[in-house]
Design a protein around this ligand. Structure first.
Ligand code: FE2
Ligand code: FE2
Length: 351
């Protein structure tokens, strides 16, 4: 019996040796294949583990304590306005989905791909919080909202101007990821955004007078802190090797990130933001009403101070790699060179 089995096996082996598979063609160009699971930065594996453990459900936030009865009509509109502006920047799911595809196609190390996958989910959750706040106070604001008075009309027009500019950003971003920038440059503007995100949500959680707002800001802040750590792991790895030309592009990206995020972190800067006369008056008024209603919106002075300090920290870290932070007089940073940005300079930015 044993002998017969041996003969069969030998014959089978002989047949198979004469039936070899030819080598697969070489995969040319950017492609998500072949599969590989390279790990170069173990810290990113730990960070991805953290992302899984810290995942949370937006539906579990204390929505029951956010009652429309706690606010007057103008306050409900002003809070909804603020969240619909924030959603411009939290609508980052497609931003990171594109970055995720780029990471796969350029065969970044595996934890980078997994981190981007976690960011896609995180940003959906942040946008979901914006949507839930709005739906609780002014259902279907702003896209199906019928203005009942001139105050609401102006608030609707203001948010539509923000979205119009958001669409200009989206077109520039698609171009930037598809054809223009290397990973270190994309990660610089991304880092700038995450610095802003951690700063704003932490400060707002400290100031918010309402439990629901405080809880969502704290939870979003935890995600943003992880995103920020991700950007620095990547930058620490890449920045020592960037050339002089790339350093200049990075300096430009810092200004681009700052300008793009200005409506939420400061006030819209006209270098990118095309807004009509009177917009700023309405924007300020709506932020003021939302602040009085307990949302935790920072005053302009607080924004200048907090955002200015955050950028100074970024500046000190980047100096180690010979990278200059450009001048940002709006937040008291005058030391760097004057950099002017245009629509085309906007790269990867999403809160
Ligand atoms: Fe983020
Ligand atoms: Fe976010």
């Amino acid at each position: 019996m044993q002998k017969t089995k041996f003969i069969y096996f030998s014959i089978f082996k002989h047949i198979m040796e004469n039936k070899r598979i030819e080598s697969a063609p070489k995969i040319e160009g950017q492609n998500i294949f072949p599969v590989e699971w390279e790990v170069e930065t173990p810290e990113l594996v730990d960070l991805y583990e953290r992302a899984k453990k810290e995942a949370w459900n937006a539906s579990d936030m204390p929505w029951n304590s956010l009652s429309p009865k706690d606010f007057d009509e103008d306050q409900k509109i002003a809070i909804s306005y603020w969240f619909s502006v924030l959603a411009t920047f939290e609508r980052a799911t497609p931003v990171f989905a594109k970055a995720l595809i780029k990471a796969y196609e350029t065969h970044a190390e595996q934890p980078v791909k997994f981190m981007f996958a976690s960011l896609v989910g995180d940003e959906a959750r942040h946008e979901e919080c914006c949507m839930k706040c709005v739906n609780q106070l002014c259902p279907l604001w702003p896209w199906k909202w019928k203005a009942r008075n001139s105050f609401e009309e102006e608030a609707l027009k203001a948010v539509n101007w923000i979205y119009y500019n958001g669409s200009r950003y989206w077109r520039a971003f698609v171009k930037a990821t598809d054809e223009k920038y290397s990973l270190p440059i994309l990660f610089t503007s991304f880092m700038m955004a995450e610095t802003g995100a951690t700063t704003i949500f932490k400060s707002m959680a400290e100031r918010a007078k309402h439990e629901t707002f405080r809880e969502i800001f704290l939870n979003i802040h935890r995600d943003e802190a992880r995103h920020l750590a991700f950007t620095w792991y990547m930058l620490k790895k890449k920045l020592p090797y960037v050339g002089e030309e790339e350093k200049k592009q990075i300096t430009k990206q810092l200004r681009a990130g700052f300008v793009f995020l200005s409506p939420i972190l400061l006030e819209p800067i006209s270098e990118f933001w095309k807004l009509p006369p009177n917009f700023l008056d309405w924007h300020r008024r709506l932020e003021e009403i939302a602040r009085d209603a307990g949302l935790g919106v920072l005053s302009l002075e607080e924004k200048v101070k907090i955002w200015g300090n955050a950028v100074k920290t970024v500046s000190a870290r980047l100096k180690q790699y010979g990278i200059e932070v450009p001048s940002m007089p709006e937040i008291g940073i005058y030391s760097g060179e004057d950099v002017k940005i245009t629509e085309e300079d906007i790269a990867l930015i999403g809160l």
